[in-house]
Design a protein around this ligand. Structure first.
Ligand code: PMP
Length: 413
């Protein structure tokens, strides 16, 4: 038996499913088949319990209090930062900024990096497969500062063209901001190589890791990423929490993003001095209840093991691709050699919205539409797709429900 198969067999799917109470529910009298994990994942009991327990037994504002509860809440919050640090192998907790999510992490960097490191005429490189949250912040910066935006193209399999990428650099290129894994195509971009190329051209790199961190081991030091953004809610944690990782020497040189409590050292009406990292970037009361629960989610994933998760999800995706290809008129968007657990598709000329609505009646939750990637839809020449995205609790039996449902629905048209 090969190594991959052995680690897949270590996954106790029954036990994992039992950890997620929502998976027991029915939709329209049918067992829920939840295939919208790319949008958000369901939460295991340990995560929800953590939220309830902390509100009931610890709740107090962090960092400011001399009293017992405040200190206990602070310890929990800062321990969570340590958990995140270890999870992505950052050098220090000073490199872990808590945000509201990937979107806020990218906006933070666009504002702060744009302010300090970019001037009119400078350029940022993004790719054709970016989520809107890695396009619009750069357009806002372009409108404010007159920077240019260049776009890496892709081939018809949904793979970025690395030779074309190399040609986009000029002495004006200050930053590459690119997704690690596409939320539409599932493409796993060769991010380490792309970072090396950017560095050789004197540019920094921000990686949008929203769709990568839940499915594959990410080591920011090994990647040599300058900045890396991701969201808690896509990795079985609560909504409203995210991370911006940044190399400490770079974060030190960046100005604050928002002003307020927590991010200051001294304030007079004439002058304010800023707090040290990471607090310089964390104005206001943080979601300390959320960060504790987030750490519980990371511990949960770590206990299963990211290698096992990646292998299991790869097996699911391979099986799903095979089953979907049995359906007449099936078009799959994104067939990169290196691909994560996302399948975007259309069947004949059935509108994605109709397909999604009919699948929903069968208890199957998929996402339909442009997936916040309208420029990618334009590149593909379509208005949207149906997207099934898998997580650690999904099964081959559920994929059979999807495949049989698709067959039934397409025979109706
Ligand atoms: N980037 C990618 C690739 C995503 O898939 C998403 C979420 N769909 C985001 C960014 C934005 O994440 P959030 O909404 O959690 O800020």
């Amino acid at each position: 038996m090969c190594y991959m198969q052995r680690i897949v067999e270590m996954i106790d799917i029954k036990k994992i499913r039992a950890d997620f109470p929502i998976l027991q529910r029915e939709v329209y009298g049918k067992p829920l088949v939840y295939f919208d994990n790319g949008a958000t994942t369901q939460k295991p009991r340990v995560v929800v319990d953590s939220i309830v327990d902390e509100y009931y037994s610890v709740n107090a504002n962090v960092h400011r209090g001399v009293h017992f509860l405040s200190q206990q809440a602070t310890v929990l919050h800062e321990n969570s930062r340590e958990t995140v640090k270890q999870f992505i192998n950052a050098r220090s907790t000073n490199e872990i900024i808590f945000t509201r999510g990937t979107t806020e992490s990218i906006n933070l960097l666009a504002c702060s990096f744009g302010e300090a490191f970019m001037e009119e005429g400078d350029e940022v490189i993004i790719s054709v497969m970016e989520h809107h949250s890695n396009i619009v912040p750069w357009q806002l910066l372009a409108a404010r500062k007159g920077i240019g935006i260049k776009v890496i193209p892709m081939n018809d399999k949904g793979e970025l063209l690395i030779d074309e990428y190399k040609k986009l650099f000029s002495e004006k290129t200050k930053l590459v901001s690119v997704t690690h894994v596409s939320n539409v195509l599932g493409t796993i971009n060769p991010i380490a190589e792309m970072i090396e190329i950017a560095h050789a051209n004197g540019a920094y790199v921000l990686v949008d890791g929203a769709q990568a961190v839940p499915h594959t081991k990410v080591d920011v030091q090994e990647l040599d990423a300058d900045f890396y953004a991701f969201s808690s809610h896509k990795i079985y944690g609560p909504t409203g929490i995210g991370v911006l990782y940044g190399k400490e020497d770079l974060l030190d040189r960046l100005p604050p993003y928002q002003g307020g409590g927590e991010m200051i050292q001294t304030v007079t009406f004439e002058k304010t001095t800023f707090n040290e990292l990471p607090f310089k970037f964390e104005a206001g009361t943080p979601d300390y209840i959320g960060t504790t629960a987030f750490a519980k989610a990371l511990d949960y994933v770590t206990a299963i093991g990211l290698d096992a998760i990646a292998a299991y999800e790869h097996e699911l995706t391979t099986y799903a691709t095979q089953r979907l290809k049995e359906i007449e008129g099936m078009r799959i968007f994104g067939e990169a050699d290196s691909k994560g657990s996302v399948i975007s598709f259309l069947v004949n000329d059935i509108h994605h919205f109709d397909m999604g609505t009919l699948l929903d009646r069968l208890g199957v939750a998929v996402r339909t539409g442009h997936h916040c990637a309208q420029p990618l839809m334009q590149r593909l020449g379509i208005t949207g797709t149906v997207r099934a995205s898998f997580g650690i609790y999904n099964t081959k039996e559920e994929i059979d429900v999807l495949a049989e449902g698709l067959k039934r629905i397409s025979s109706m048209f």
